[in-house]
Design a binder for this molecule. Structure first.
Ligand code: ADP
Length: 371
């Protein structure tokens, strides 16, 4: 004869299931709803998880089934009777978070050291020189380099009250409004930050800063694919991503991964295009000569393969490196070869954003009135 089944028996059994990483059981965490239905030996109820993409949903449900059979009664019919529900809290989108920003752009790279920050800074300055309102956020938590590249390492952003709330005032230089995690922590501290902490700090730099009206808000992402990327793409409605790579095969393989991360159906951020940095070496004394030291047109081939635009090719030039180190980026001089390369990159970037926005513009219904 089987035992009589009652809700407390089920709840007590479920208290043996711990939610991974918390040390707490699923009942304590409020995941088990109080709609436990019992019909003879058939038990059914629902579980409410916070996030639809919670990676533990399947394993926790399986553990609950096992716990009920083990601790309540092995004859209970439970398999397939636990309904999973998720609190589908819609992530705050840019429309809410940054109401005055027209385009949020991710500047990303598969690996570090390919010149992602150099491209972000020079693209931002070139856009500002063309008259656009530009913001730049250094989200490269593990190697914030923007303060140095703007020669603003000692700057400390101020707070200003707006409607009773304090907002961080971005540093404004070369026509670009800029904030970096580097202004708030020293390098050694940032390295030990883990996902959630870094993600929260970045959210503050986005939501609690007075960015004002912007045409382009460029975010210099950390290299690779981390949970910081996910936090950013889930928090913001990103217009599109620019992926920076060098032409070597190893860099291209990582760039391909970076592209796939954005186009993945869960993330779904369109790729505005690839930028080939260090495309060739040109000595200052022989400006016409091009030496393809990292291979020729690797990014062009990748762009074709992935069906994304190649927005620009930037040569290796000593002045680009010196400009970064001295805090006077080359794009400030529009007449230099490198300044022109970044200005032309800015043009194709703007064209790609506009094309993307035209494709996603809501179609207007035209009503025709008969006379
Ligand atoms: P990332 O952000 O991808 O880690 P950085 O932008 O910090 O890379 O660039 C790494 C180094 O390479 C810096 O010293 C930078 O000045 C230099 N650099 C980047 N692009 C070029 C280039 N086109 N020509 C010369 N030096 C470059």
């Amino acid at each position: 004869m089987s035992t009589k089944i009652y809700p407390k028996l089920i709840l007590d059994a479920l208290r043996n299931v711990r939610y991974p990483g918390t040390g707490k059981d699923v009942v304590e965490m409020g995941f088990v709803s109080d709609d436990i239905h019992i019909d003879g030996m058939k038990v059914s109820f629902s579980m409410l998880f916070d996030k639809p993409n919670d990676p533990f949903i399947k394993s926790v449900v399986k553990a609950c089934e096992t716990a009920i059979l083990t601790y309540a009664d092995p004859n209970i019919e439970i398999k397939g009777n636990i309904e999973v529900k998720t609190a589908q809290a819609a992530p705050p989108k840019a429309a809410k978070l940054l109401p005055q920003v027209k385009n949020v752009i991710a500047v990303s790279s598969g690996k570090g050291g390919v010149g992602k920050s150099t491209v972000s800074v020079n693209l931002a300055i070139s856009l500002a020189k063309k008259g656009y309102k530009v913001g730049l956020l250094d989200a490269d938590i593990f190697g914030p380099s923007l303060p140095k590249m703007f020669n603003e390492e000692d700057a400390r952003p101020l707070l200003e009250p707006i409607d009773g709330k304090e907002y961080i005032v971005p540093i404004e230089k070369y026509g670009v409004k800029m904030l970096s995690i580097g202004f708030f922590v020293n390098r050694d501290e940032a390295v030990v930050w883990r996902g959630a902490m870094a993600g929260n700090a970045l959210k503050q730099l986005i939501a609690d800063a007075d960015w004002g009206d912007l045409d382009y808000f460029l975010i210099d992402f950390p290299p690779g694919t981390s949970d910081i990327h996910l936090t950013l793409v889930q928090t913001l409605a990103i217009t599109g991503a620019v992926v920076v790579s060098t032409p070597q095969q190893v860099a291209l393989a990582d760039a391909r991964k970076g592209i796939n991360m954005f186009t993945n159906e869960k993330v779904n951020v369109p790729i505005l295009g690839l930028v080939e940095n260090m495309a060739w070496f040109t000595p200052a004394e022989l400006p016409e000569n091009k030496y393809y030291i990292f291979g020729k047109e690797g990014c062009k081939a990748l762009a074709e393969e992935m069906n994304v635009p190649l927005l620009g090719q930037i040569p290796i030039v000593q002045s680009i490196c010196e400009g970064g180190d001295s805090g006077v980026p080359v794009s400030l001089n529009e007449n230099s070869i490198t300044g022109m390369a970044f200005a032309s990159l800015a043009d194709s970037f703007v064209a790609s954003v506009e094309k993307r926005n035209a494709e996603h513009a809501p179609t207007q219904k035209v009503e025709v009135h008969k006379q």
